[in-house]
Structures are given as structure tokens and as C-alpha cells.
Ligand binder design. Structure first.
Ligand code: FAD
Length: 403
């Protein structure tokens, strides 16, 4: 009898879940007739989210169908509305609008995350972001359109709400992007608004002075200990009552797990991630695994947890796919672990910064770090070649993103 493993989500975690499940199936000499592996997502495309702060976001996707074909994974186009674990069914909408069901024997939920947009007046109507491909394209078009607007301080000003990883990457890219649109003599004015007392709160004390130096070099200003209270067509009002006139306000303050996690009757953290065990199994929900940004899991024995990051999602995906397939094939699972942690933060024309370890020891700066960021963003995070053996070999859970 054929069994079916379904993976929902074609991001970094879903892609590696499919690859590693197919790798295990292959290594056990099991045919797709006995174990079907199906990947469900709106499109068979990897959106390269970590690059969405760059210009030309339409280019920042990679096709998945060729590699799925090469490894014998079925693509199911659709958006899941709910999971019914009791019946082992997924309710989903296919691209033609039809509501359908798909049954599963094991499920890997890899639906990722989305930007958290609080209920701030004007945010939905006037805020831009670089969270999804559609958001990044809308921002890019808006920036291009600024060239047709009359010169004004508001036209040349970008406000970025959020001084974390994404906020800094998008803010440091803005001076060059604005000059590309408005001309070399333009004087872009970029302001990061950060609720806390320091920029890059998660990057640690060693990295922060370098980031602050880069912001000074690029003349990116920071407003600390203050939030955005409201947005309108012409700018923002800060929580201390001051106003910044700006035609471009970019929201980059916080992520939440995609909403499908809420349809699984299990414990979730304050980011909406399903709390999973080291096998990436959702405790108490038979047959369901969760991974990537949709899951919270310890990644070592000293108290660190996987973050909402590409580097964790990729490896978590490989373990989840392997373990879900192993469960069906009667093979031993492998407990997820990821001791190494690095960050590579793009700082626009000021280069980049590369740190290693949870204490964020600075290893590379400036042009050297920028070169590494370029390699990560243009090679490492892309799907493997659509060649069966190479693709399967790329998904050994113990080796994926072992930096
Ligand atoms: C601007 C930006 C910069 C970033 N920079 C970095 C960085 O430098 N380094 C780093 O490590 N991380 C970075 N990240 C974070 C990184 O992109 C995410 O952690 C990563 O994408 C998570 O991978 P994932 O597979 O879990 O989810 P995602 O990449 O979000 O993929 C989720 C997939 O699930 C699908 N999906 C969602 N809901 C459904 C549904 N209901 N039904 C069917 N399919 C569904 C989506 O279409 C998508 O295919 C950045 C993110 C952004 C936005």
C-alpha cells in the first residue's frame, strides 16, 4: 500500500525536508510507488527571502520544479487552510480556487513566517516591507516612482521601523537605492526608528560599534527608545509626538509564524511557533512534524534555540524530512542539533559584518565580509542542481548548513 508524506511550504525548510525525505527513501531502496513524497505550496518556487532588501526583487526566486522532478517529489499547487490531524487531512485551496482535501500519513509543516504588523493607524495603508516577494516588489516600484515626484524632504526620506537584522539591512541599502532612482547628487535621508535603547539588540556588544560606524559612514540616522505611533501618506508620528515627513516608511519590526500553525492543537511560543521535540515532532499530535520558522526547538545542549533564520530553517528542514520519512519506513530518526551559529549582516555600501558563535565574535568586516555575504546570498542558499544524485547528496541532515 502506498503511503504519503506531505510537506507544506516550499521555503528553505520545505525544500530541504523534501530533499532529505527523498534521500532517505532512495537510500532504503524504496520506490515512490510505496512512499509518495508531496510538497504543497502556492508555487513551485523558492523565494529567496534573505535577499528581498535588494533592488530588482522580481529576480530573487529560484525554480523548484526541476529539482523536485529529479528526486521524484510530487508538487501539489495550493494553499493550506487547515490541518485536521484526527482525520490526517489537509484542507487546501488550489490555484483554480477549488477547495480540496489531501490525506497524509506523515506531515511536515514548513510554512515559515511572516512580518508581524501591529494595529498601528496607517500601517496597513501606508507601510512598506521587504517580507514577501509581493511586498518587496511593491517597495521597489514605489522607490522607482519617486523619480516622478516633486523634490521634497519627504521624497528623499526613508523611515525604517525596527533596528534589528532586517531593519539594518534594508536601511543601509537605501542610500544607494535612492541615489540610483533620484540621481547621484540626491541627498537621501534614512532614519531607523528603534523602540529599544540600542541598535541591533541581538548582534551583541562586540558587533555593535562596527554597525554604528557603518551607519555613520552612510549617514543613516537612528532614533532610539521611541516607536512609530501612526503613519499617513506624508510620514510618521513617533511615540514621543515628533513627526518625520517621509513618503517611504518600511516596517521591519518582528516576525510571527505563518497562521497555519494555529490550526494544530499543540503548544506554541509567543511567536506562534509550534514547540517540537528534537525529532521535530509535534508532541501529542500523531504524524505531524514542524520545522523552519514554524517550529521552536533547542539546537544544542546549552540552552540555545533555533532562530527564525535561513541557516536554521535549512538544517531543521533536512532533519524533519528525514525523520518523517524514517517514521514511515521503520528507520531510526536523527535528533536535530546545530551547534554552530554565524551571522552575516549586510551593511550596504559600508560592507558587511560576519560573526561566529552565540556570543557573536566578530570575524570579518568590510569588503571581506561583503564578499562572503555575496557568496551566501547568491550560492549557498539556492536550491541544489537539478541532478538526482547531487541533489540527494546535498540533503544529508548532518551536513546541511554545518558552518
Ligand atoms: C529581508 C529578510 C532578510 C533576511 N535575512 C536573513 C539572513 O541574512 N540570514 C538568515 O539566516 N535569515 C534571514 N532571513 C530569514 C529567513 O528568510 C527565514 O528565516 C527563512 O525564509 C525561513 O525559512 P522557512 O522555509 O521556514 O520559511 P519561508 O522561507 O517563509 O517559506 C515558507 C513557505 O511556506 C509557504 N506557505 C506558507 N503558508 C502556506 C500555506 N498555508 N499553504 C501552503 N504553503 C504555505 C510559503 O509560500 C513558502 O513557500 C531574512 C528574512 C527577510 C524577510
Amino acid at each position: 500500500m502506498q503511503q504519503r508524506l506531505v510537506i507544506i511550504g516550499a521555503g528553505f525548510a520545505g525544500m530541504y525536508a523534501a530533499l532529505s525525505a527523498a534521500r532517505l527513501r532512495d537510500s532504503q531502496d524504496v520506490s515512490p510507488d510505496r512512499l509518495e513524497i508531496a510538497l504543497m505550496a502556492p508555487e513551485p518556487t523558492l523565494v529567496v527571502r534573505p535577499r528581498l532588501y535588494e533592488p530588482g526583487p522580481e529576480q530573487l526566486t529560484a525554480p523548484l520544479q526541476p529539482v523536485l522532478d529529479a528526486i521524484g517529489v510530487t508538487f501539489v499547487p495550493g494553499t493550506a487552510n487547515a490541518v485536521r490531524p484526527g482525520a490526517r487531512l489537509i484542507d487546501y485551496r488550489s490555484p483554480d480556487g477549488a477547495e480540496r482535501q489531501l490525506g497524509y500519513d506523515r506531515l511536515v509543516l514548513a510554512t515559515g513566517s511572516r512580518l508581524f504588523r501591529p494595529d498601528i493607524p496607517g500601517l496597513a495603508a501606508f507601510g512598506f516591507s521587504v517580507d514577501s516577494l509581493g511586498d518587496a516588489v511593491a517597495l521597489d516600484r514605489h522607490l522607482q516612482g519617486l523619480a516622478q515626484r516633486p523634490a521634497s524632504k519627504a521624497r528623499d526620506t526613508v523611515v525604517v521601523a525596527g533596528g534589528g537584522f532586517t531593519g539594518i539591512e534594508v536601511a543601509t541599502e537605501m542610500p544607494a537605492r535612492l541615489r540610483a532612482v533620484l540621481g547621484r547628487d540626491a541627498r537621501p535621508h534614512v532614519v531607523i526608528v528603534q523602540r529599544g535603547p540600542a541598535i541591533a539588540p541581538d548582534m551583541g556588544a562586540a558587533a555593535r560599534p562596527h554597525i554604528e560606524q557603518a551607519l555613520r559612514e552612510l549617514q543613516v540616522e537612528t532614533e532610539l527608545d521611541v516607536g512609530v505611533a501612526a503613519l499617513d501618506e506624508r510620514g510618521v508620528v513617533l511615540s514621543d509626538g515628533r513627526r518625520i515627513d517621509s513618503l517611504t516608511v518600511i516596517w521591519a519590526a518582528g516576525m510571527r509564524a505563518a497562521p497555519l500553525t494555529a490550526t494544530i492543537p499543540a503548544e506554541r511560543d509567543d511567536l506562534g511557533r509550534l514547540i517540537v521535540d528534537r525529532a521535530l515532532r509535534v508532541p501529542g499530535v500523531a504524524g505531524v512534524f514542524a520545522t523552519g520558522d514554524a517550529a521552536k526547538v533547542p539546537c544544542d545542549e546549552i540552552g540555545n534555540h533555533a532562530l527564525m533564520s535561513c541557516q536554521h530553517a535549512t538544517r531543521m528542514g533536512a532533519f524533519a524530512g528525514n525523520n518523517a520519512a524514517a517514521d514511515l519506513l521503520g528507520a531510526p530518526g536523527q535528533p536535530y542539533h546545530q551547534e554552530t551559529y554565524v551571522t552575516c549582516l549586510d551593511l550596504g555600501e559600508a560592507g558587511a559584518i560576519f560573526t561566529r558563535g552565540w556570543d557573536r565574535k566578530v570575524e570579518l568586516l568590510g569588503a571581506e565580509a561583503k564578499q562572503l555575504k555575496h557568496e551566501i546570498n547568491t550560492v549557498w542558499i539556492y536550491p541544489p542542481r537539478a541532478e538526482r544524485m547531487a541533489a540527494l547528496a546535498s540533503a544529508d541532515p548532518q551536513r546541511v548548513t554545518d558552518l
